[in-house]
Design a protein around this ligand. Structure first.
Ligand SMILES: *[C@@H]1O[C@H](CO)[C@@H](O)[C@H](O)[C@H]1NC(C)=O
Ligand SMILES: *[C@@H]1O[C@H](CO)[C@@H](O)[C@H](O)[C@H]1NC(C)=O
Ligand SMILES: *[C@@H]1O[C@H](CO)[C@@H](O)[C@H](O)[C@H]1NC(C)=O
Ligand SMILES: *[C@@H]1O[C@H](CO)[C@@H](O)[C@H](O)[C@H]1NC(C)=O
Ligand SMILES: *[C@@H]1O[C@H](CO)[C@@H](O)[C@H](O)[C@H]1NC(C)=O
Length: 201
């Protein structure tokens, strides 16, 4: 009798433990793990890192302590990735689009090449996209217009070509769009008349 009382008394505790464990597992797999994998994919696309910035991106420390990475206090999700002026060469992994808490991406003054991944448009919280002075080519992805919180886009001094996508005219919070010194053609889309926050162009 004593034993069964003890047993029943323990059930809520066991259920609680079970719930917190599964909750934790789901949390780790869903958020934290997504960010860690996205950062590792980002690192995998870097072909040259002469300064060794990404050496700290290793298993012995949590990714929130990796150089250039800033996480939010509450969720331990990446809110800022700042790797400006680090002499990095490589492409920008499309997996960057999985860092769903990212607000600031600073990659200016490096040797990033290939295209701006359209997956950046998955970043709904993104406010600053800074990638001037690199070797980015291809067109400016129209999907950037889906990052509706974008306020600052710096993409000057690259090798971008094609037209400025008219879709960017829907970025109502856009304050600054710097795309000088590229090979863009076709002029400014009419839709930009709607960009009432735009201060510098
Ligand atoms: C991992 O990064 C830390 C921080 O930069 C460094 O001290 C450590 O030596 C690195 N470990 C390996 C195995 O590279
Ligand atoms: C990460 O991004 C890739 C490519 O964009 C996508 O296929 C995958 O479903 C994403 N994974 C998670 C966990 O969000
Ligand atoms: C562009 O970046 C390179 C390093 O990659 C640097 O040497 C150069 O001064 C930068 N130019 C400008 C105008 O910022
Ligand atoms: C770009 O946006 C369109 C919808 O506007 C979507 O169907 C497509 O999957 C997006 N591409 C990427 C690479 O996210
Ligand atoms: C400006 O925005 C309004 C309302 O969203 C829309 O109807 C109109 O077509 C837009 N103008 C241009 C030139 O895109």
């Amino acid at each position: 009798m004593k034993l069964s009382c003890k047993y029943f008394a323990r059930i809520p505790a066991i259920i609680f433990l079970f719930q917190s464990c599964t909750g934790l597992a789901a949390y780790t797999m869903g958020g934290n793990e997504t960010d860690r994998l996205a950062l590792l994919e980002f690192k995998a696309k870097i072909t040259d890192d002469p300064v060794g910035v990404l050496k700290s991106w290793n298993k012995s420390i949590h990714f929130c302590q990796w150089r250039g990475v800033t996480c939010g206090r509450r969720h331990q999700r990446v809110t800022m990735l700042d790797l400006h002026s680090k002499k990095l060469v490589g492409s920008i992994s499309p997996r960057i689009g999985n860092l769903t808490f990212l607000r600031v991406l600073q990659l200016e003054e490096n040797g990033f090449n290939h295209e701006i991944p359209p997956e950046i448009g998955h970043l709904r919280r993104l406010q600053t996209l800074s990638q001037s002075n690199n070797s980015l080519s291809g067109e400016i992805p129209a999907n950037l217009s889906r990052s509706s919180n974008l306020m600052y886009i710096y993409a000057g001094r690259n090798r971008l070509a094609g037209k400025i996508p008219a879709e960017l005219g829907s970025l109502s919070k856009l304050k600054y769009l710097a795309i000088y010194t590229n090979s863009l053609s076709g002029g400014i889309p009419h839709s930009f008349g709607n960009l009432s926050s735009l201060e510098c162009f």
